[in-house]
Design a protein around this ligand. Structure first.
Ligand code: PRP
Length: 188
């Protein structure tokens, strides 16, 4: 596994205040979509924990049930290879229910594609996706993010829940991790 480099530079892309505004906007969109309809909101651990926590507290809908799941994709710290597995499944029964999946970043789309198939098999009535960052230009499979705070087309992003080898998740803003030329992964 790649190690985090303590010398690596960080460039802030979105401040905590910008994030707060966007989360509020996204929460209004979600409330506009569901109103008071019962809704299951799923947090995709670990990266979505910060967004999930902020988002659900902005929602006006009080008919919300929360649950958590964890995916694993086989790759290194900066690259998901496309082979996705479920490490922790949900406990709540979603059959016939509206589901909102909360993610940190949707990149190639392999993780969400896998999860959407899984949730369909469990009988969800509808599934929509909310993500902090939508990297739609980098999609390798057709996945649409319904609610996003920010769109990006490149860069390795850390902070606000997102990590590099488990570092930087607790940063309040969203930052681009600047690699030295020697360390730079090919696809960034
Ligand atoms: C990240 C992110 C998504 C996935 C997106 O998870 O949370 O689940 O990668 O990439 P994709 O669209 O190319 O599939 P990661 O494996 O970094 O786990 P983490 O959330 O625990 O940090």
């Amino acid at each position: 596994m790649l190690q985090a480099n303590p010398q690596a530079g960080l460039k802030e892309l979105f401040s905590a205040e910008q994030i707060r505004r966007e989360v509020g906007r996204v929460a209004e969109e979600i409330d506009g979509m569901y109103g008071e309809e019962p809704l299951v909101v799923l947090c995709v651990l670990k990266g979505a924990y910060a967004f999930f926590s902020d988002l659900v507290r902005h929602l006006k809908n009080r008919n919300v049930e929360l649950d958590f799941l964890r995916l694993s994709s086989y790759g290194n710290a900066t690259d998901s290879s496309g082979a996705v597995t479920l490490v922790k499944d949900i406990d709540v029964d979603i059959k016939g229910r509206h589901v909102l999946v909360v993610e940190d970043v949707v990149d190639t789309g392999h993780s969400m594609s896998f999860l959407l198939r899984h949730l369909a098999q469990l009988g969800a009535r509808s599934v929509r996706i909310a993500a902090v960052i939508d990297k739609r230009e980098r999609r390798e499979v057709d996945v649409r993010v319904d609610f996003s705070c920010f769109n990006l087309d490149h860069g390795f992003i850390v902070g606000y829940g997102m990590d590099y080898s488990e570092h930087y998740r607790t940063l309040p803003g969203i930052n681009e991790l600047l690699f030295s030329d020697r360390e730079r992964p090919g696809r960034f």
